[in-house]
Design a protein around this ligand. Structure first.
Ligand code: COA
Length: 209
């Protein structure tokens, strides 16, 4: 039991997947298997003396520490390790910005290439959404991906998100890229068998009574 940080005891299960919070001890493994196409917020600074993958690994560690060090019931970012057959195969992140007021979650994710293309992406997002719409009482989920990211867009569309406009960003390489935004409202959520353990002690972490 982590009474000082109950989030560490949170467990989400959906079909063959277990999602549990990333821990510091996972960082070496996550850095070792991090795929080069993981993508990151293009506003974050890259170190010129590091390769792109070295930068991505550094940003993964910084994002882990930042999420813990800046946790706020109003705005939070939960990094969940995705466990398949006892191995960590990726990360599913769930974010709430001004969550108690907006009740909207955003998400981000990556998987090792070896397990892609067989529905794991859909199942891990489904696990996170089951938690968001069920335990957290979210009323909407949003997602964004570049127009060429067919796998990410495929996950969203498969689950039932609807297109919600486009915007343009300057990507990591300095090029202009077009983002597709998607949104799924709770009334369109088909529901899923997601088992949540360890949530009660976490309620104050999300601003819930
Ligand atoms: C995005 C990602 C997590 C998706 O996981 P995945 O396990 O490969 O996706 P799934 O197998 O669940 O596929 C979901 C849907 O997308 C489709 N899809 C998957 N990969 C595709 C591809 N390369 N091209 C076209 N469609 C694709 C699938 O057919 C499926 O749709 P369907 O159920 O209607 O057939 C994974 O591809 C990944 O890690 N990508 C790199 C990191 C990344 O881009 N993250 C998102 C940043 S916004």
């Amino acid at each position: 039991m982590n009474s000082h940080w109950p989030l560490f005891d949170l467990r989400l299960r959906h079909r063959d997947l277990l999602l549990r919070p990333v821990r510091e001890a996972d960082l070496p493994h996550l850095c070792a298997v991090l795929p080069p196409d993981v993508g990151h917020d293009p506003r974050l600074a890259l170190f010129p003396h590091q390769s792109l993958l070295e930068n991505e690994r550094r940003l993964l560690c910084m994002s882990y520490w930042k999420s813990l060090g800046t946790w706020d019931p109003a705005s939070w970012e939960l990094h969940l390790a995705v466990v398949l057959d006892d191995a960590i195969v990726g990360v599913q992140t769930l974010e709430g910005d001004n969550f108690p007021a907006l009740r909207t979650v955003d998400s981000a994710s990556w998987l090792v290439p070896a397990v892609r293309g067989r529905g794991v992406g859909v199942r891990m997002r489904t696990a996170a959404l089951g938690f968001a719409f069920g335990s957290l009482g979210a009323t909407a989920a949003i997602s964004s991906a570049t127009l060429g990211n067919h796998a990410s867009l495929g996950v969203s569309r498969r689950i039932g998100y609807l297109d919600n406009g486009r915007s343009r960003i300057v990507d990591t390489g300095g090029d202009v890229a077009e983002l597709q935004h998607l949104r799924l409202t709770a009334d369109r959520w088909p529901g899923a068998e997601v088992t949540v353990e360890g949530f009660d002690a976490c309620r104050p972490w999300f601003g819930l009574a």
